[in-house]
Design a protein around this ligand. Structure first.
Ligand code: DI6
Ligand code: FE
Length: 402
């Protein structure tokens, strides 16, 4: 098996619980897609066999970015809705009037799997050009068994055809489709039934719901979670984004991998997450784009020791961004995370929010997913915004070509 040496890097290992873990004049050995050794080049054993060597040109090198919350597969933009909101219409009012998520559902149902694939591929390529090596992709714009399957198959196809890890999440409990108007409990019955079939087809890695006034109730969310658990699937939740529904505490009782958004989460929610090891996923893009003012309880999360991840939440309604670095910047400027917390949030804690423990730090035994950046210090990753700072992306020990 080929042993590759990657040298001339300023490694940002994140391998201890605090601090960047910088190794200057750093080097890594990779073999079979995994990291075998990490250290200063001068400490590499003299007799180490090396089959190929790569010069990283003095770049800052971090773990590959993990975008742990996206809605990447859909058709249609929502710029007209953006204009309405700029004129004063609220996101909730637009949703209640049948716009919002439902308008994306109509466009997604009308699109072929091939068309959805090409649209999502373009978005994935943009994210990867900024360092993303692992991505979560939710369904939730199909809302029929056939259309949810269509979207999840697109997500699986992306993983087959691009060098990236994709984790799929079933989010049929995202909005009530028009054919179920006033029959939300019947819709939840259908959501549970479809899940069983999609699971048999191995299309689902985790199960999510939108627990919100304009989404689904606690009791309905619980029914979806019960079905997920009966199939052995982990859960996560869009919780406390627009109001305090108590979804976080419910999700924690089901040992959720993560609770996401959390602007309205209270102390009980934070405690529940801490007790169950649930990751808090903060989504500053949606906060920014909806011009929200209620901040998530960042200090309480820190004090309770809840791991904080951040993600793009890429979607056409509330976070139409393809820039993980911009999201790191927003996590600092809007939510007051430190640049180090922002990087941990988009690497190791993002991985944890997906139940992945083999990535997110540069250490022996981890996947060889890493990114070389045109910066001098990792704090610049959250500092610049709108700058193309990514020099090279490496996935499982292979340089990615776009
Ligand atoms: N919360 C969000 O921010 C996205 N979904 C959700 O449950 C928004 C989805 C959309 O507006 O299309
Ligand atoms: Fe979302």
């Amino acid at each position: 098996m080929t042993i590759a040496l990657w040298k001339n890097a300023r490694l940002v290992t994140l391998s201890s619980s605090t601090g960047w873990g910088i190794v200057d004049d750093g080097a890594m050995l990779t073999e079979r897609g995994m990291i075998r050794w990490v250290g200063a080049l001068g400490d590499l054993p003299q007799d180490q066999r090396v089959d190929e060597a790569h010069d990283l040109g003095g770049a800052v090198v971090t773990p590959g970015l993990v975008d742990c919350h996206t809605h990447l597969v859909y058709a249609g933009a929502r710029a007209a809705e953006f204009e309405l909101r700029l004129q004063g219409a609220s996101y909730e009012a637009i949703a209640r009037a049948g716009g919002g998520i439902r308008s994306t559902v109509a466009a997604t149902r009308a699109a072929s799997g091939e068309r959805l694939y090409l649209l999502a591929l373009d978005r994935l390529n943009a994210l990867q050009a900024e360092g993303v090596t692992t991505i979560e992709i939710k369904s939730g714009y199909g809302l029929t068994e056939r259309d949810e399957a269509k979207c999840l198959r697109v997500a699986r196809r992306l993983a087959r055809e691009r060098p990236v890890t994709v984790r799929t999440t079933y989010l049929a409990a995202h909005a009530l489709p028009p054919e179920f108007e006033h029959r939300d409990d019947a819709y939840i019955d259908a959501v549970c039934e479809w899940l069983t079939g999609l699971h048999v087809e191995r299309l689902v890695d985790a199960v999510d719901a939108f627990c919100e006034r304009i989404g689904f109730s606690l009791a309905q969310t619980q029914r979806v979670f019960d079905r997920a658990k009966s199939l052995g699937l982990p859960v996560k939740l869009h919780a406390e984004q627009l109001s305090d529904m108590g979804g976080t505490a419910l999700a924690a009782r089901y040992d959720a991998l993560s609770c996401d958004h959390l602007e309205y989460a209270n102390d009980d929610a934070v405690r529940a997450m801490a007790e169950r090891g649930t990751v808090a996923v903060l989504l500053p893009g949606a906060y920014y784009f909806l011009r929200e003012t209620k901040l998530p309880p960042v200090q309480a999360l820190r004090d309770a020791g809840v791991p904080i991840a951040i993600a793009t939440d890429h979607n056409p309604g509330t976070s139409p961004t393809l820039s993980p670095l911009l999201i790191m910047n927003m996590a600092c400027t809007l939510f007051r995370l430190t640049p180090e917390e922002a990087l941990r949030g988009m690497t190791m804690n993002g991985a944890r929010a997906l139940g992945l423990h083999d990535r997110g730090v540069l250490a022996p035994g981890m996947r060889a997913d890493f990114v070389a950046w045109d910066v001098e210090h990792p704090n610049e990753l959250a500092y610049w915004f709108g700058r193309r700072a990514c020099r090279q992306v490496v996935v499982a020990g292979h340089a990615v070509r776009s």
